[in-house]
Structure formats: structure tokens, C-alpha cells
Design a protein around this ligand. Structure first.
Ligand code: ZN
Length: 328
């Protein structure tokens, strides 16, 4: 008897099921899409590298208002031949690992994503001529920490001034650094850039362009190829531009960025870049920004009890203050 019932059950389960869910309007799957990376953006046109080929593309309609920025990994359909006048379509943007943002000004709350998926923010600063601007460096560091990027200080023109004075300011924060001199060897810089994606920022005159040209000997030629494709003459000097490094990795030059508006940065987010300090703030009153003026900040207790390094706390608070200080 039992046997018969199991047979019956078996039969029951094998009966074809009726489709219970109504068919929904399915989104296209883009099985034929290929991977690309956005190397520059110019007036709604995107320059991609697809398998080493420079391809022009536009956003496909399903992306709507979603922003596509330099460094984005994308999926592309259509004409990816890179031939003159060809135009592919970006149908998907891969989830970003990091997003470097800025607000145009501290009092302008509009926040823009500048670069996606970069791992390192290289703050290029001359040790002299022009003199370093610690406030600008601090603000760039805040932007890096907020973006979840590793900062790197690249101090140029060390033949003109000793880096020690400047470095002493950043030592307690643990910011890594490299020093270069005019006409000097760039091995240390290359080591720091290899196999990762780095964004270079720096004011004019600090030697950033010289550095880019030395790191990517055919940088001008590569930018030239893109301009030939777009037919737009000189590359607009305000757009970020990503270049592959000969030894592996990428650099992104940002000619248009001279400062970082930081209105979007939350203090509670900034301290997460310093896990050892973050740990000391568990007892902080609600809404504590961990700044100098906070009456009951756990960082003060930690310093008083010898659990935190006073200089490190002070440096962190300097960054916190730089968030709201003007950089003009
Ligand atoms: Zn606090």
C-alpha cells in the first residue's frame, strides 16, 4: 500500500506546473555586451578603452540620469570597432569600489562624483616654488579618506627644499610619501603606482604635468588619438583623463581640480579612516563630531589616559577642521 502511495506522489510532483507568476516586461539582458573602462568624458560623450581599442560611446537610455565618470567599468553594446564616426552604447555601470567626490564649493551642497574605482589619491606638492600649501594638502587628504582611497604625498622639487618640515606634519597620520627632484629618477613613484589606479591632484606649477609625461612617455600621443577620434581638437583641460601605465596600473590626471569642496563629508565618516581613533569614540555623546571644541569627546579621554597619541589626535582634528575651512 505504502508503495502505491509513493508512486502516486511521484507522479503528482512530476506533473508540469502551471506558470503562476504573470510575465513581467523583461529588461534586455545584453548578452552581447562587452567590458570597457571610461578614460575620459567630454560633453556627454565617453571615451572608453575596450580590449585596448579607443571607442566612443554614449549612455543608453535605460541608464537614465545615472552618472558615468572616468574610471567607471562599464558594459557596452553596438559598434565597438573604434572606427571613425562609430558610436557604442553604455548599457551598464559596474558597482563602484570607490568614489572620489567633491562639492563645487563648501557652501554649494551639490556633490559630484569626480572619479570612480581609484584606489589611491596622489597629492602632488612642490617643496618650494611654489611653497607647499598645507591646507590644500589637508583638504585633499580628507577627500581621499572620505572616498575610501589611500593617500600618497608626492613631494616634488626636493632639490630646492628639505622635505622634513612638511613631512613632520603628516607623520602622525601615517600618510605614505615619496620625494622627487627635478630631472631625478622616478623609481620610488613608479613602485607606488604599479598595478593600481591612482588619481593625481595638485595645483599648477607643482610639476604634476611633468610627472604625468615622465610616467607615461606617450601621454600626449594617447590624448591626441582620442582627439582625432572625437574631432574636437585639444582635449578640454578641465576633464579628468585616465592613462595606462607602461608597468601596469593606471593614472588619472585631473587638470580641472585645484581644490576640493568638502561640504558632503560627514565627520563620523572621516574618523572611520582611522580605526584606532574611531575605537576611542564609542562613548562619545550622540552627535559628537570629535572636534577640538567638543566638551565630552572620547578622544580627549583617550589622550588623557595615554591610550591615544596626542599628536595623532591633533592631526586628525586638524583634518576635521580643514573640512570646513575655506581653501581660497
Ligand atoms: Zn567625539
Amino acid at each position: 500500500m505504502t508503495g502505491r502511495y509513493s508512486e502516486h506522489d511521484q507522479e503528482h510532483y512530476e506533473r508540469p506546473r502551471r506558470r503562476t507568476r504573470p510575465r513581467t516586461k523583461e529588461r534586455p539582458t545584453y548578452d552581447d555586451a562587452v567590458d570597457g573602462v571610461v578614460v575620459t568624458v567630454d560633453r556627454g560623450r565617453f571615451t572608453l578603452l575596450v580590449d585596448g581599442v579607443t571607442v566612443m560611446a554614449m549612455k543608453a537610455r535605460p541608464l537614465g540620469r545615472k552618472g558615468v565618470v572616468v574610471g567607471d567599468r562599464v558594459r557596452v553594446v553596438g559598434d565597438t570597432s573604434g572606427a571613425d564616426g562609430s558610436l557604442a552604447r553604455i548599457v551598464e555601470v559596474t558597482e563602484r569600489l570607490t568614489t572620489l567626490r567633491r562639492t563645487a564649493d563648501d557652501d554649494d551642497p551639490v556633490e559630484r562624483v569626480v572619479v570612480a574605482n581609484a584606489e589611491q589619491l596622489v597629492v602632488v606638492t612642490a617643496l618650494a616654488d611654489p611653497a607647499p600649501q598645507p591646507r590644500l594638502i589637508d583638504r585633499a587628504l580628507v577627500a581621499a579618506y572620505d572616498a575610501g582611497m589611500q593617500p600618497l604625498l608626492c613631494l616634488t622639487k626636493s632639490d630646492l627644499a628639505d622635505p622634513e618640515t612638511l613631512l613632520s606634519t603628516y607623520r602622525s597620520l601615517g600618510v605614505p610619501w615619496v620625494v622627487t627632484q627635478r630631472g631625478g629618477d622616478l623609481a620610488a613613484v613608479r613602485d607606488r603606482l604599479r598595478d593600481r589606479t591612482s588619481v593625481l591632484v595638485g595645483s599648477s606649477g607643482v610639476g604634476k604635468s611633468t610627472l604625468v609625461n615622465a610616467l607615461v612617455p606617450d601621454a600626449h600621443r594617447e590624448v591626441g588619438i582620442v582627439n582625432a577620434v572625437t574631432g574636437r581638437g585639444r582635449h578640454t583641460s578641465t576633464s579628468a583623463y585616465m592613462l595606462p601605465l607602461p608597468d601596469g596600473g593606471w593614472i588619472i590626471d585631473t587638470p580641472g581640480i585645484r581644490s576640493f569642496g568638502l561640504a558632503h563629508v560627514q565627520p563620523e565618516h572621516l574618523i572611520e579612516a582611522f580605526p584606532d581613533l574611531d575605537e576611542m569614540t564609542e562613548e562619545c555623546p550622540r552627535g559628537c563630531t570629535h572636534g577640538e571644541d567638543e566638551p565630552e569627546c572620547g578622544l580627549d579621554d583617550a589622550v588623557a589616559e595615554g591610550e591615544a597619541d596626542a599628536e595623532r589626535v591633533q592631526s586628525f582634528r586638524r583634518l576635521l577642521a580643514a573640512r570646513t575651512a575655506s581653501d581660497h
